[in-house]
Design a protein around this ligand. Sequence first.
Ligand code: BGC
Length: 248
Amino acid sequence: MQVFGVDIGGSGVKGAPVDLETGALTAERLRIPTPQPSTPSAVASVIAEIVSAHRWDGPVGVTIPGVVRNGVVETAANIDSGWVGLDAETMLSESLDLPVTVLNDADAAGLAEARFGAAEGVDGAVILLTFGTGIGSAYLYDGRLIPNTELGHLIFKGQKAEHYAAGRLVKRGELEIDWWASRVDELLDYIEELFWPDLFVFGGGISKRFETYSHLLTTRAPVVPAVLRNQAGIVGAAFAASIGARHE
Ligand code: BGC
């Protein structure tokens, strides 16, 4: 079975069809820069462009970089505030004229890693953190997702954790990767004190460079990079659409 996955990020909207047996993309991933401002109608047009470029006419899963409950977007830290309060699932289903499932981006990555990646078959508590424009989190227990955790919004060192240690600080050249990794290590220690996870999984663009900074991470729980790297959002969105994330 194939489902189309779309990942809305701070800098790009990416999409591809996904084979749900293997978690692999079955056609080339298309990426269009996120419109600025990233209003719901502007982003919906970009999604329509990506979906129609693949001549797709089946179910679609879409990630949003904010809290999503029952298809309604509740927060928008790194996307236009016009999304807040919007039933994005209904809006996108109508604009694409296809069945759409919407969920948080880090939750999608967590589902994908639990099904096909670094957290596959892992019992106990797994915390996946995505380091990109913001910091996203997914909390899994025995492979089951507890949705909408927002660990990037923990107040740490007097500011939001995602301002202290986001991956974008490295991408924009504001922080050397070693300095960034030691900030992340401090943050992980704090999260570990609160949640005592059995495993941390790192996702987002910066997980591609995991080997260059992993020696700076000192938590009790092992830390591993996401296997699906920055495709986890697309794969997780498709997977969520296939199982109906609303009811997870
Ligand atoms: C949002 C989260 C999101 C994360 C990564 C945060 O600012 O509040 O919902 O998962 O950014 O995009």
